[in-house]
Design a protein around this ligand. Sequence first.
Ligand code: 5BU
Length: 452
Amino acid sequence: MESKKEFFLECYQLGIIKFGKFTLKSGIESPFYVDLRPLASDPRILKHLANYLLEMLPLDNFDVICGVPYAALPMATAMSLESYLPLIIKRKEAKAYGTKKLIEGIYTKGQNCLLVEDVITSGKSLLETIPEIENEGISVSDIVVVLDRQQGGKELLESKGYRVHTLFTISEVCTILKDEGHLDDEEVSRISDFLAGNAVKFEDKKRLSYEQKLEYADHSVAKKLLEIALQKKSNLIVSADVITTAELLDLAEKVGPHIVALKTHIDIITDFDSDSTILPLKDLAAKHNFLLMEDRKFADIGNTQELQFSYGIYKISNWADFVTAQVIGGYDSLDCFRNVGVVAILGMSSKGTLTDKNYQEEALKVAQSHPNVIGGVSQKQIPDELLLFTPGVNLADSGDGKGQQYNTPEHVFSNLHTDFMIVGRGIYKAPDAEKSALNYKIAGWNAYETSL
Ligand code: 5BU
């Protein structure tokens, strides 16, 4: 199994913790929100989770295992399958008819039960559940919890004589997320304040609307993108990672009406020819009103980039409206991209990327100061004056088995304040690319409106 930290980061990609401002059932405002139910939808993660939880426990102590409904039910089931501890099921309410049993499954009085819970907060709900199990003559000595929100629950249960084993604590999780650049210092200190029992102040940092961004924008390409977004009610960029001209043009025709830009990796087109690939592509861009984004990710000294940009067979400067570039070559290396917009690569979506916090901060300084730069690619929020482009968006998958990590439109628009989401395989691999583009366009626009 991978390290506990790597495992947590995989879980995090499923959207189990959100940061922002959330009103809890109690009316209290919390700087984070936890929902572990998505873990059950990834069989590999669920199986690993079961093993991590089992590793912490004195398994010989238990005769049966039971999950607190509902979130912990699949977890307890997975643990049962991995350990051969028989599962019993606790109902939320007793059946209104028949046996009126609260506990289902095979058990005998006097057995000891391992109780599984997803999240422990104050511990009150566990203190309601435990007597219901104990009333059936089953004892509970140990409780295993995936995430401790550190709001007194563990201590409360321990004071009543139960042993509580927790896999992650919220502080541990915050440290991991901070190290990985997902949380900034301000968010971490707000969470610590909250955990210390202090009322937390949220300065409502709202995202800017496309109209507001238009007022800020001074680069013509940034303005054009924002205007198209407003006209088409779309923030979708389709990544056309197909390998023939015919597929590229076919995709552009189908998704054209729904997108603000088509993103190409032009060097993967096997039969590239300026006249038969680029001319019709430009016609489609004009017909459907979208821009062309060449995801070249330049990463060299200025002179070489200048040659790569304008020469060779692709002559990117002749047709691309905007390009992606690393900023690793420094400020001056971006001077060559005249007449196009540059999207600077600040942080990547792939697992294990080396774009750590320090790199992102330095890359951002270059991006913010260079006049050719219209925005950045990142998996975290960036300053309002730049447009944020976020790849790694997929409604159906959480990864591709090759390191790609996916988020939902809701996550990228609400949490990252993304301006444009980039979707590749979610669309061009769909049985009906046009329909899928329309679905993503609607999901992206709804997510944007909700995030305002
Ligand atoms: P996908 O099929 O939706 O996974 O395609 C994503 C596209 O975005 C693909 O062309 C990548 O090269 C590109 N990409 C990315 O996925 N992650 C990044 O951090 C950057 C680019 Br930068």
